[in-house]
Design a protein around this ligand. Structure first.
Ligand code: PA5
Length: 346
């Protein structure tokens, strides 16, 4: 069946539109970041609380800013904060809906600990709480789309704000121009109507397999984790993420269990040309060892010279792969019934 027919049949709330809109989201998110007011002083650490498509923001931020962050950044994905959170902590609560109970609980705990607080949300309880508290900062992002399709809004404004706080460095204008150009090219190339669509071909290989997604620290490991989550939510597939060099010290042994099931598994490496040279070598050797135990290994890498372009293009490319996997499996990428059921039942 033609892919356009699968889009019409399964993409009932037009998820594709959010993918197409990604370059514009990046532009709008940069503007939001430039407008985000508010000073916080004497900060020596940042904790980022959030779940799912919102919670991944902390990992994206820590990975992307790794080389120029002046304070440690840590993600928290549950209800309580560590004792280290104090008056010198910046706590950022990220929840697209503003109603995720774990994130609301963390926001309250950060207030009790005297931390400086910022809420990033499109509404809900967290927005109300931040509006009621004169000491809390609020970044309101556009509503009406799935959190996992809103990464630019959740992630990019923070980079620009942290830059103004002198805690990190945002991409310069050349990097932004390059990123937008590369994202536009990808949007065209990976559209369902594209003559040769490499994301669709890759989805053809992955959609009926269990996929292991291997990135490396610091840049592509959070993107591997995000891709795993996109496979889970968009395509309703089981997938696993891990990172080099750590997996060379444990997971490569686990492959032995799969010796009789090699056809069920595939591996995707998420690569970056600026990887540590020893990590490059590790990817090569890992491919040799694991290659015999899986059906195949594919490689994905971002495009462009700047770190911003490489990061954002790899993110968007991965999103298209998960989108096409959803369609090939006959799934609606927007539907997340079990997640919603759990939120109702708890
Ligand atoms: O992608 C999704 O819809 C989920 O992973 C949500 O992000 C997650 O359930 C948390 O909700 P929210 O982003 O509204 O805090």
């Amino acid at each position: 069946m033609q892919i356009e027919h699968l889009v019409a049949e399964h993409d009932r709330t037009n998820f594709l539109n959010w993918l197409r809109d990604f370059p514009q989201q990046v532009e709008a998110a940069i503007e939001l970041g430039e407008q985000l007011d508010g000073r916080v002083d004497n900060i020596n650490k940042i904790y980022i609380g959030g779940m799912g498509g919102s919670g991944i923001t902390g990992d994206l931020l820590a990975g992307f800013l790794y080389e120029n962050l002046r304070v440690p950044v840590r993600s928290i994905r549950h209800y309580s904060l560590p004792a280290a959170v104090d008056r010198q902590t910046l706590f950022i609560a990220i929840s697209y809906s503003g109603n995720t109970e774990e994130t609301v609980s963390l926001f309250k705990a950060a207030g009790r600990a005297g931390a400086a607080r910022l809420v990033v949300s499109s509404g809900g309880e967290l927005t109300e709480q931040a509006e009621l508290d004169p000491d809390s900062l609020l970044l309101t992002i556009p509503s009406g789309q799935p959190p996992r399709a809103s990464a630019p809004y959740l992630f990019i404004p923070l980079i620009y704000w942290l830059d103004r706080l002198d805690l990190a460095r945002a991409p310069g204008s050349d990097a932004v121009t390059e990123t937008l150009e590369e994202l536009e090219k990808i949007t065209e190339e990976l559209a369902p109507s594209g003559a040769e669509n490499p994301a669709l071909s890759l989805a053809g290989r992955l959609h009926d397999k269990i996929n292991l997604l291997y990135g490396s620290q610091p840049l592509t490991a959070p993107l591997a984790l995000r891709l795993k989550n996109q496979f889970n939510e968009n395509a309703k597939m089981m997938a696993f993420a891990n990172e080099l060099p750590e997996l060379n010290h444990n997971e490569i042994m686990g492959w032995r269990q799969l010796a009789d099931e090699t056809d069920s598994y595939r591996v995707v490496f998420l690569r970056d040309f600026a990887e540590h040279p020893r990590v490059q070598k590790r990817f090569d050797i890992t491919a040799e060892i694991v290659g015999e135990q899986v059906q195949g290994i594919d490689q994905l890498a971002g495009r462009g010279e700047s770190r911003f372009s490489r990061f954002m293009t790899l993110m968007l490319y991965s999103d298209y792969v998960s989108y096409y996997c959803a369609l090939l499996r006959g799934e609606d990428p927007s539907e997340i019934e079990s997640i919603e059921l759990l939120k109702r039942l708890i």
